[in-house]
Design a protein around this ligand. Structure first.
Ligand code: ADP
Length: 490
């Protein structure tokens, strides 16, 4: 038997999954770990927790699979910052998590100095505390850490680097999909950017070596598993999901329907220019080499259902929405724009708020719930449209994952609205799949990404609506969004 162990170190839990060469999931294990909120706006993890929960899940999954995997692939929460001692591999302070906002003022100051454009051009990112650079800068303000860093005693890394260092007993490496989220990496030259290192005061000695996403990085140290296992794949969680969905050809995209929706469109070998509100990012090409993608999010997706359930009480469970949507032929002219926290790309209006239009005496909760579900599909289409317009690409299909893809009515409506098939894989932990694929390609478990994806089964939702219906729905949605914008700007 031949299998790969995928380690998925996420924001709230660490998961290990053993994927067989034929695509079967042989075993999985998962452990949560504590979140620390030392002050408002601050979010930290204990790096020891991140490693220990990952190790425990890995050992349990290997034992349950009953065989030693051929290689390990790592995928991880992105942007989170860890420092450790190069010699002892002891963490130096807590991990500052991507959600942490402590560097907001610093970002505002840099914006005030007009640096946003340069940073965006080089990194594809927006100047925001979300990314690693200002967090690294913040940590290095500690005089002791800075002194030790100058002596070459300190290693910085995102969570992938931290796990690689611990698992191999000291190898200091990261991959381009993680490096590009630090705001210290130049997308075009594919290297750490000296100007950005200078701006954020980051000495080059603390940085990991950038190695390919697919390739052997090192063997695990003897103490962790019964025998050494090569680490052969690394990717940030979203790029891993994109790869795990087999999206490594220009025009292939995946959308994750969770609380919000998370869309990545693979664009090819050249750095794309991101439209407002979107990011350009490194993604993996079919061999696990460097390609590029556009990335963006719908702020409110499944959260619409949470609000209808918890805020209005019109459904008891999110799952009930499917039956209600099917119980009416349409929304009766109702449109629901859930701009609870503003409108994202392509409208980009932070002051917008939620709007329901077209109410009549005949409107029922079924209409409202259906309009809520439709909003998830419309918002995703808007985001995709702005990506496609910027690139001139067309999508042949949309691959989907995330909790709300359980709703088959929604998947069908999304296909109808896009006019392309929507494909939902049998195993939805696509992040772990991507890490497994990258490692498996490196050690020859799969000859190609296609061979890997052939091991998955997809439920395909073919578009059934005609162009006329589609245009009518989109026109109505645009009017409702127009009303929402008018309200915000009026
Ligand atoms: P996250 O990872 O963001 O917590 P999940 O991927 O677990 O999200 O998906 C949960 C979200 O999906 C919730 O917002 C929930 O309201 C929504 N959801 C779950 N099941 C359904 C369903 N059958 N129809 C519509 N939305 C659903």
């Amino acid at each position: 038997m031949t299998s790969i162990l995928a380690l998925d170190q996420g924001t709230t839990s660490s998961r290990a999954v053993v994927v067989h060469q034929d695509g079967r999931i042989l075993a999985q294990a998962q452990y949560e770990f504590p979140q620390h909120f030392p002050e408002p706006g601050r979010v930290e993890h204990d790096p020891a927790d991140l490693f220990q929960t990952t190790l425990r899940a890995a050992r349990e999954a290997i034992a349950a699979a009953g065989e030693r995997p051929s290689a390990i692939g790592i995928t991880n929460q992105r942007e989170t910052v860890v420092f450790w001692d190069r010699k002892t591999l002891e963490p130096l302070g807590p991990a500052i998590v991507w959600q942490d906002r402590r560097t907001s003022d610093r970002c505002a100051e840099l914006k005030g100095r007009g640096l946003e454009e340069t940073i965006r051009r080089k990194t594809g990112l927006v100047l925001d505390p979300y990314f690693s650079a200002t967090k690294v800068e913040w940590r290095l303000r500690d005089p002791d850490l800075r002194r030790r860093a100058a002596r070459g005693e300190v290693a910085f890394g995102t969570v992938d680097s931290w796990l690689v260092a611990k698992l191999t007993g000291g190898r200091h490496a990261t991959d381009p999909t993680n490096a590009c989220r630090t705001m210290l990496y130049d997308l075009a030259s594919r290297t750490w950017d000296p100007e950005l290192l200078d701006l954020f005061g980051v000495p080059a000695e603390v940085l990991p070596e950038i190695v390919p996403s697919s390739g052997i990085v090192g063997d695990t140290a003897a103490e962790w598993f019964a025998a050494p296992i090569p680490i052969a794949g690394i990717a940030g969680d979203q790029q891993a999901a994109l790869f795990g969905q087999g999206c490594a050809v220009a025009g292939m995209a995946k959308n994750t329907y969770g609380t919000g929706a998370f869309l990545l469109l693979y664009t090819g070998a050249d750095v794309p220019a991101p439209p407002p509100g979107l990011l350009a990012t490194v993604a993996c090409d079919p061999r696990g080499g460097v390609g590029y993608a556009l990335e963006g999010s719908v702020f409110i997706a499944g959260a619409v259902m949470q609000w209808l359930r918890d805020g209005l009480g019109v459904v008891a469970t999110a799952g009930e929405s499917e039956r209600l949507a099917r119980s009416v032929p349409d929304t009766g002219g109702v449109y629901f724009v859930p701009a609870f926290v503003g409108l994202g790309s392509p409208h980009w209006e932070p002051e917008a708020r939620g709007t329901i239009t077209g109410l009549t005496r005949g409107t029922t909760r079924a209409h409202l719930v259906r309009a809520g579900l439709e909003s998830m599909a419309h918002s995703s289409r808007d985001l995709l449209d702005s990506m496609l317009q910027g690139t001139g690409l067309e999508i042949p299909r949309l691959r989907v994952d995330g909790g709300a893809t359980a709703n088959r009515w929604l998947m069908q409506f999304q296909a109808d609205l896009l006019g392309v098939p929507v494909e939902r894989p049998d195993y939805v932990e696509t992040t772990a799949l991507g890490a497994a694929a990258l490692a498996g390609l490196a050690v020859g478990v799969w000859p190609s990404l296609e061979a890997f994806v052939a091991g998955r089964r997809f439920e395909v939702f073919e578009p059934q609506a005609g162009a006329e219906d589609r245009d009518r729905w989109v026109r109505g949605w645009r009017r409702a969004v127009g009303a929402t914008l008018h309200w915000a700007r009026g």
